[in-house]
Design a protein around this ligand. Structure first.
Ligand code: SAH
Length: 257
């Protein structure tokens, strides 16, 4: 088995912001860490109160990749426990790979701890079920191309053809382009929402449809740290006869017969 050495570096999902939304395991690792490198813009400082006295804290906002990785390597080699705190879940837009490649080369063991993605915190803020029966049973996580290109086959217009629930990361500054592309596949009447800083004290929500959401976002001045969610699943219409089969009295499953 690979990686039998105890991990000295942990990539920990901090969750969407609220210090209570880190996992119990993530909190324990923060308590034990000698060095913590966190993404200052998206990780609430309140979370750092879990750290022990004497911990060395580094905001990665002011560091480049080489500085981050050499700090991880030197700290791990000095026998310190390192936590690299990423916003939401580290596996989504976390730029993890470029860090783990360096750890692999230096033969330093690491592990990942999942977190609550901002997509789910945004769904919670909207009190929405992303997979609402008969609206959609599929969720797409995507983004518009920025400095990081998006493969051509994953263009927003192409994804829009599915009419699935779609969560668009890293794109609220380009909301007009997002809407223009999505309208190539979704009806303009499709419900749309933008959640700014889900789970933070200043969280706010804008709801509408593809017709008016871009304008509403512009008026509210939302430019960053926001999740765009679009799809019929956000429909305000009550479930009515669209109840899930799971709790249907005529639907028998392993735990109820
Ligand atoms: N790994 C993170 C995403 C990092 S990319 C996760 O799983 O959530 C950063 C993007 O995530 C932002 O541009 C924004 O689209 C979204 N985001 C991060 N935190 C957010 C929050 N609290 N509320 C809404 N969107 C957020």
């Amino acid at each position: 088995m690979k990686n039998i050495k105890p991990s000295t570096v942990h990539f920990v999902g901090a969750g969407p912001g609220d210090a209570e939304l880190i996992t119990v395991k993530g909190m324990r690792l923060l308590k034990e860490a000698g060095v913590v490198i966190y993404a200052g813009s998206l990780v609430q400082k309140a979370m750092l109160k879990y750290c022990k006295a004497g911990v060395k804290l580094f905001d990665s906002a002011g560091m480049n990749l080489q500085e981050i990785t050499s700090l991880m390597v030197s700290s791990a080699k000095a026998g310190k426990k390192v936590v690299r705190l990423h916003s939401g879940d580290p596996s989504l837009y976390g730029a993890i790979r470029e860090q783990t490649v360096v750890l692999d080369q230096a033969d330093i063991a690491y592990a990942m701890v999942p977190g609550v993605s901002s997509a789910f915190a945004s769904a919670a803020a909207l009190k929405a079920e992303l997979t609402m029966p008969e609206a959609s049973q599929t969720v797409i996580f995507t983004r518009l191309a920025g400095r990081t290109p998006v493969p051509e086959k994953e263009s927003l217009a192409g994804l829009a053809a599915h009419n699935a629930t779609i969560c668009v990361f890293l794109s609220s500054a380009m909301i007009s382009s997002v809407v223009r592309e999505l309208k190539k596949g979704y009806p303009a009447s499709t419900p749309a929402a933008i959640v700014y800083r889900a789970s933070w004290p200043d969280e706010f929500i804008i709801t509408g449809t593809l017709k008016d959401i871009a304008k509403k976002a512009r008026v509210a001045g939302i430019k960053s740290q926001a999740m765009i969610i679009v799809g019929r699943a956000l429909s305000k219409a009550r479930l009515g006869d669209k109840k899930s089969k799971l709790y249907d009295t005529d639907f028998r499953h392993a735990f109820r017969n």
